[in-house]
Structure formats: C-alpha cells, structure tokens
Design a protein around this ligand. Structure first.
Ligand code: PMP
Length: 368
C-alpha cells in the first residue's frame, strides 16, 4: 500500500531545530526569562475564569484580544488609529503568515523573499501551492532597494515577505527602504493588483534606538501588513500567539481562510493576561538588548566576525568547519544554531550566566 502523498512532499522532513535536553538553550531565539510571577498568577486566574465556558466555542473574532493588541502596538510604536478591524491573530506568527499565503498566494502565484532569511518562508509557499522566489541580499545582508525593486518588477509576486529584523542575520530594514518597497509593490502583483508587502517584525521590540517600525507607514499603504509575535519579547513562545496589523480589507481576506475558532478561549485569555503587563515585560527586553550588544562587542574583540543585530540573537563566524564548532559548544552544554550562510553560526541571547557559559565554551573550542 502507498499513501497518496503529494509528489512535492515526498521525502521531505518536518521543519524544526533539534530539541535537546542541555543546560543552555541558545538555539531558537527564545526569551530566556520565564514570565514574571505576577503574570503567571494572572494567567492562572484567567484560565480558571475561561474554564467555566470551555463547553462553548470561543469568540471566533476575538474582539477583546484584538483591541488589546491594537492598544499595545499604538503604545509600543508610537502610532495612532489602530482599531480592532486592523488586527489579526493566530497560533504564532507562522500561522498568521500561512493565512496570508492562503489568501493571497496559490497556484500560478509567487511569494518573494530576500535570502538568507527565515527558513519557514518557502514552506508557507509550498503548503499553499505558491511558487517561492528568493531574491538576493547584499554582502552585508542588507536589502539593496535597486535590486529589490528590479526583482519585484520582474517576478510580479503576489506576496513579498521581508523579515525586519531579519532571521538569521539580525538585520533591520531602514524605514526609507520599507517605504521604497511599499511604493514598488503598489501595482506589482498578479493582473496589476498590488503585491501584499509583509514586514515580519517578530523581533521588533529588540530593535536598536532609532530603528522605526513599519507600523508607522501602515496608514498610507493598504497592501502593507506588519506581522508581530508574543513569542519573543513577551517570553511567550509556548502560548503560540502571533498577530498582524493591516488595513481592514486585508484583514477581512484573512478571516475568509482561517479555520473557525482557530484561537482557543484559553489562548485568548492567557494572551490578554500577558498584554496587561506589557510594560513589565519590557524590562527583560532592555536587559536582552544590552546583553546582545555586549555579546557583539565581545565577539569582535576576540576577532570573530559578528553581524550588527536588532534582534535577540547574533550571527557570527567565520568558521571553516562550523559544524565542528557547533558540536564543540554542544559538548560543553551550550546549544546554538547551525543555520544561515555557510561559515556562520547563530547564538540567541540568554541570561548573563548563559552568555558567560557561551563565551567560555567558544573560547575553549576555538582557542580564540
Ligand atoms: N518570523 C521570524 C523572522 C521568526 O524568526 C520566527 C520564529 N523563529 C517567526 C516569524 C515565527 O514565530 P512564532 O510562530 O512563534 O510567532
């Protein structure tokens, strides 16, 4: 007997970094701090309150959660005018971006990104029978607007995916370049429609001073979607809550393709409890940003190449045999990620103690 697996899926492995039981997990850009006690307590209360209504389906349109997310984004990025109708959410921003491909991709259409970038992007395309096109980044991993615009005009993608800050490089896209892309995508999609321009700001809260969010451009571009997640800055990867802000027409298209009741009542309640303490969680973000900058300086002082980062991780190298370095660190209890361009490795920013363990292990392994 053979299963009628889609031919394009034959032989493929599921995506995912190794989940190993080692002392220092610095491989999937998690926040190393568990949520503060007050948040844990209120999560418990919120789940208890939701428990009494679990015989009912949850609010399909999760209006209260969307209102909280809108208010948070307005505060965080100094923008105004975000309403419930501008917000969408799903089980992680992975699912948000899958919804975008379900609504705007599909057979005969193309999704375009700038490599090296987040390795799930081609998978959203594959899973929605959308073609994937990887346009190049410059040698310093920035996006050259001339190259980008030329590629967009040539490929005429339905979706353009731009991670800013980018994973795995940490590179943020300057706001004037985002604006160029927003202009270039006004009519670059199928049949003279726009391309949907997705700025994936999963790591936005870690950006350096002076780096503006694409949210500041939202009011001017109805084909722009800004994706965020609670997985990183909110120390909430286990909850699975990602979201986006866009024009109401764009959000309405996503409502068509989502499964009914895709956000559980428990997820909605838990996310709202954490959002009520967003300011408290920002203290951890400040610590991680400072530790990121310190890690970068240390790497450079030791003679490594390290890429400027606006995220909670650093891409560094250059190693002839990066696998050997990765393995050497793992043997010392430090799990980092073998990803991105050849000769580079990526380390997520952990607690100060974890960063000491990382530095010691790297010194031992490389002698540098
Ligand atoms: N975008 C980028 C750039 C990421 O690195 C990640 C997670 N590593 C995601 C989106 C997805 O995160 P989540 O589904 O947890 O929101």
């Amino acid at each position: 007997m053979t299963l009628p697996l889609r031919p394009d899926l034959v032989g493929l492995e599921p995506y995912g970094a190794p989940q190993l039981d080692v002392p220092h997990l610095l491989n999937v850009n998690e926040n190393p701090y568990s949520p503060p006690d007050v948040v844990i307590k209120e999560i418990g209360e919120a789940v208890h309150a939701a428990g009494g209504a679990l015989n009912r389906y949850p609010d399909r349109d999760f209006a209260a959660l969307r209102a909280d997310l809108a208010a948070y984004l307005e505060r965080e990025s100094h923008v105004t005018g975000l309403e419930v109708a501008n917000i969408w959410a799903a089980n992680g921003s992975n699912e948000v971006m899958l919804h975008l491909h379900q609504a705007f991709g599909g057979p005969g259409r193309t999704s375009l990104g700038f490599a090296p970038t987040y390795s799930m992007y081609p998978e959203y395309a594959r899973d929605t029978l959308t073609d994937w096109h990887a346009a190049p980044r410059a040698a310093d991993f920035s996006i050259d607007p001339e190259v980008a615009v030329a590629e967009i005009e040539r490929v005429r993608p339905a979706v353009v995916l731009v991670a800013s800050p980018n994973n795995p490089t940490g590179t943020a896209v300057p706001i004037d370049v985002v604006e160029r892309l927003a202009e270039a995508t006004r009519e670059s999609g199928p049949d003279g429609a726009s391309s949907v321009l997705v700025i994936d700001e999963a790591y936005a809260e870690f950006r350096r001073e002076g780096t503006a969010s694409a949210l500041t451009l939202l009011a001017r571009y109805p084909h722009l979607a800004v994706s965020r997640t609670m997985s990183k800055a909110f120390a909430f990867a286990g909850t699975r809550l990602g979201y986006l802000a866009a024009a109401p027409e764009l959000v309405d298209a996503l409502r068509v393709v989502r499964l009914p009741y895709h956000l559980s009542a428990v997820t909605q309640a838990v996310a709202r409890a954490a959002l009520a303490h967003a300011d408290l969680l920002q203290e951890q973000v400040a610590q991680i940003r400072a530790d990121r900058d310190a890690c970068l300086s240390w790497l450079r002082e030791r003679g490594f190449t390290a890429v400027d980062s606006d995220a909670n991780f650093v891409l560094f190298g250059l190693f002839e045999d990066r696998h050997a370095i990765w393995q050497g660190l793992l043997d010392r209890g430090v799990l980092i990620r073998e990803t991105g361009p050849e000769q580079y490795l990526r380390v997520s920013i952990g607690t100060p103690e974890e960063m000491t363990a990382f530095r010691n292990a790297l010194t031992e392994v490389t002698g540098q």
